[in-house]
Write a protein that binds this ligand. Structure first.
Ligand SMILES: *Cc1c(COP(=O)(O)O)cnc(C)c1O
Length: 373
């Protein structure tokens, strides 16, 4: 793939790499007859709990549901405020709305692009009930400081790990710092299926019981008695079967992402397309590079140049969530770092199947000195 168009992401290439095993896994589900909450889901939950270094894993229908059900299982609802970064995917804040609480947006740090602990502490009001730190692009939030703030104010922490499967901070797995962690298996995530899927991990056995109940009509065990208002939010057998094929290869894939990120760092350091320097993501050792997002003052021009050179890019995320009409009910805030990042971030291809063969070409396209006509 050195001449054709290089897409920003191509989940079908990941599936293609394991196609025979995926086909066999799907065939087994098709002929098995249990399509909801069967062996594939139970097997995946056990394997993913081990991978995520959490005692319990509950498969749910999406990453958004994973956050919403975790908040609900922690008792968060109407009248509560949940502190979330302004720079994240919209699903993080929708999950807060789903449980009836109010998302309170705070700014992120310019280097890590993750929630600023000082801003989170400053946003705590008597109604604050939880913080949802997002390990954006696979890079770790400052969890020790966030945990200290949460403990001081009696807040829960639900880590949004939708972009950080397998990431760590100083050797400690992300997703193990808070009461619960939410994962998404949307096709383009580091671990993705071919539809929607998600999971919550926790070390709290009672929380795991409530989550299993919430995802399945409020039932507990096999009895069809609704003990609480519940949902239909299950990871399905076919998605779980595919995830069971891909999970054993996740660590190697994350390693490849790190190698590609290193190549980008070497190739892009000191480069100044349009006479302006390229900003690189923080070099955190535990980063799993869901995205490799650079910053550039002329982001749109750089994206256009890359597109002309046959290279796809994406903007994650603009505008900041505090500017979305859906969240107009949240406290109005000024988030200067979120604003600046929303105007300058550009995600390069980083999925190994896409980026590994094209990384030199991408660097060259960014670095190229264009002579004015
Ligand atoms: C993808 C994503 C979500 C939502 O996950 P879905 O499975 O699409 O519902 C939430 N937060 C972040 C940071 C994400 O990247």
């Amino acid at each position: 793939m050195t001449d054709g168009f290089v897409p920003q992401a191509a989940p079908q290439l990941r599936i293609a790499a394991f196609r025979a095993e995926v086909d066999a896994a799907i065939a087994a589900v098709l002929s098995g007859g249990t399509y909801i909450l069967g062996e594939a889901v139970a097997g995946f939950e056990a394997a993913f709990a081990t991978f995520a270094k959490a005692p319990f894993c509950v498969g749910v229908a999406s990453g958004t549901d994973a956050i919403a059900l975790a908040l609900r299982a922690l008792g968060i609802g109407p009248g509560d405020e949940v502190i979330v970064p302004g720079m994240t995917f919209a699903g993080t804040a929708h999950a807060v709305l789903h449980c009836g609480a109010t998302p309170c947006f705070v700014d992120v740090e310019p280097e890590s692009r993750c929630i600023d602990p000082d801003a989170a502490a400053a946003a705590v009001t008597p109604r604050a009930a939880a913080i949802v730190p997002v390990h954006l692009f696979g890079a770790p939030c400052d969890m020790p400081r966030l945990v200290a703030i949460a403990e001081r104010h009696g807040l829960a922490i639900v880590e949004d790990c939708a972009q950080s499967h397998g990431a760590s901070l100083d050797g400690v797995a992300l997703g193990t710092f808070g009461q619960a962690a939410a994962y998404s298996f949307y096709p383009t995530k580091n671990l993705g299926c071919i539809g929607d899927g998600g999971a919550v991990t926790t070390r709290d056995p009672a929380l795991a019981v409530r989550l299993r109940s919430l995802r399945h009509y409020g039932f507990e065990g096999a009895e069809r008695i609704s003990h609480r208002p519940g949902f239909n939010s299950r990871l399905d057998e076919m998605q779980a079967a595919i995830l069971n094929v891909l999970l054993p290869h996740l660590e190697a894939s994350n390693d490849e992402r790190r190698i590609i990120a290193s190549a980008y760092r070497r190739g892009l350091a000191g480069q100044a397309p349009f006479g302006e320097p390229v900003g690189l993501p923080l070099d955190a050792p535990g980063n799993v590079y869901h995205q490799f997002a650079i910053t550039h003052p002329r982001r749109d021009a750089l994206a256009a140049r890359l597109k002309q050179g046959g290279i796809g890019t994406a903007v994650h995320y603009a505008p900041g969530l505090h500017r979305h009409p859906a969240f107009a009910g949240s406290p109005q805030v000024d988030l200067p770092v979120t604003e600046r990042l929303a105007a300058t971030l550009l995600s390069l291809p980083i999925q190994p199947e896409v980026a590994a063969p094209a990384v030199a070409r991408i660097i060259e396209a960014i670095a190229r000195q264009v002579v004015a006509a």
